[in-house]
Design a protein around this ligand. Structure first.
Ligand SMILES: Cc1cc2nc3c(=O)[nH]c(=O)nc-3n(C[C@H](O)[C@H](O)[C@H](O)COP(=O)(O)OP(=O)(O)OC[C@H]3O[C@@H](n4cnc5c(N)ncnc54)[C@H](O)[C@@H]3O)c2cc1C
Length: 321
């Protein structure tokens, strides 16, 4: 494969912008700092941020990306991301402003656009007396991100509730519209193996159950108080940094290594939850990366465990990981 130079990349982004200007119902913004779009409050500028308003817009954006061959990132609520201080050289697609509609179909089947906030969806279901997502209360992601990461808490994972996922798959020269059932989505621990890197999930249908407003409200409150007790919710973070290794808890292992409170610059291992790194105010992505490296080294040396990141890295050499 031919390597694409920085100048060529920038030209492709400009060409995408040219194709979308005046045609998009939603918005376009250049040079927006992604720190405003991540729960870590970290991240440099994106060349172009595109905010589609509905399916037609998204189709337009996808075609432009394929035809110009520009790099892109689908951004949810940015709650599982570490974005580099240099930002992202390409097009960021942000669905959480213009694609967040919820529709209840056939009693307990809910169709929801991928940009919808997970907690807004849980509240809506509660109002409609539909149950099944309460344990996930407080996960600060979008529906698309919850599918991609198979978000889970307290024994429930989002994938268990999914009926169908609708997505766009961008190929070399065309955009394919794909519908994946729950089995095909290949849900696994913090993963959906049937969703490929670069797929754009735009809608999800969920299979939920009859609920009762009061008992849903109590379940949500319990889930939230568990979170408040165990997680540093007042400080910017991206949730658990590392995946739990087979049969163990990454947080407990990091704690055993005495790393709570360890710091690089303004990034610190939370004294409340050792698998969280918090931003004390002005942490850079490099501070967080260096701290991640230090934790991995120490845990390997002292416990013989190789930790793997759950959070995804954006804008670092090697692309999104
Ligand atoms: C305080 C805190 C607590 C948390 N607690 C939990 C928890 O209990 N359980 C848990 O599982 N996670 C938890 N998380 C992590 C995070 O909230 C989840 O992983 C969430 O599902 C990420 O959703 P997002 O929309 O923010 O995705 P982002 O962080 O924006 O993106 C994550 C990945 O999903 C991809 N993506 C996002 N939207 C789409 C889309 N529409 N189509 C295709 N790909 C997409 C992105 O490209 C990226 O690869 C927590 C995070 C924080 C900050």
């Amino acid at each position: 494969m031919r390597t694409v130079s920085g100048d060529e990349r920038a030209e492709r982004v400009l060409a995408v912008k040219g194709r979308l200007e005046g045609r998009l119902k939603g918005g376009l913004e250049e040079g927006v700092h992604l720190s405003g779009f991540t729960s870590f409050r970290i991240g440099g500028p994106a060349d172009l941020l595109v905010i589609p308003k509905g399916r037609e817009d998204l189709a337009l954006v996808s075609r432009a990306l394929v035809e110009e061959g520009a790099d892109f990132l689908v951004l949810g609520r940015g709650s599982n991301l570490l974005v580099s201080d240099d930002g992202f050289r390409g097009v960021v697609i942000y669905l959480s402003r213009g694609m967040r509609r919820i529709r209840v179909k056939n009693k307990y089947e809910v169709e929801v656009e991928a940009g919808c906030d997970l907690n807004a969806l849980i509240r809506h279901c509660m109002e409609c007396e539909i149950s099944g997502l309460e344990e996930l209360s407080g996960i600060p992601g979008s529906v698309g991100g919850a599918v991609r990461m198979n978000a889970g808490a307290r024994g429930v994972s989002f994938g268990e509730r999914v009926g169908e996922i609708r997505l766009l798959r961008l190929g070399e020269s065309d955009v394919e519209e794909i519908c994946l059932g729950r089995q095909e989505a290949g849900f696994a621990y913090r993963d959906a193996r049937g969703v490929e890197e670069g797929d754009i999930i735009y809608e999800v249908s969920l299979e939920l159950e009859k609920g009762d407003r009061e008992s849903s409200r109590m379940k949500c409150e319990e889930a939230m108080s568990w979170r408040r007790e165990s997680q540093p919710l007042g400080q910017p973070s991206a949730g658990s940094v590392f995946l739990n290794p087979e049969g163990g808890s990454a947080g407990e292992i990091i704690d055993r290594c005495g790393l709570k409170g360890a710091r690089v610059g303004e990034a610190m291992v939370s004294p409340k939850h050792a698998n969280f790194i918090v931003n004390l105010g002005r942490a850079s992505a490099e501070d967080v990366r260096a701290l991640i490296g230090r934790i991995k080294e120490e845990v390997l040396r002292r416990e013989g465990v190789e930790l793997r990141e759950e959070i995804r890295m954006v804008g670092f050499p090697g692309g999104e990981r």
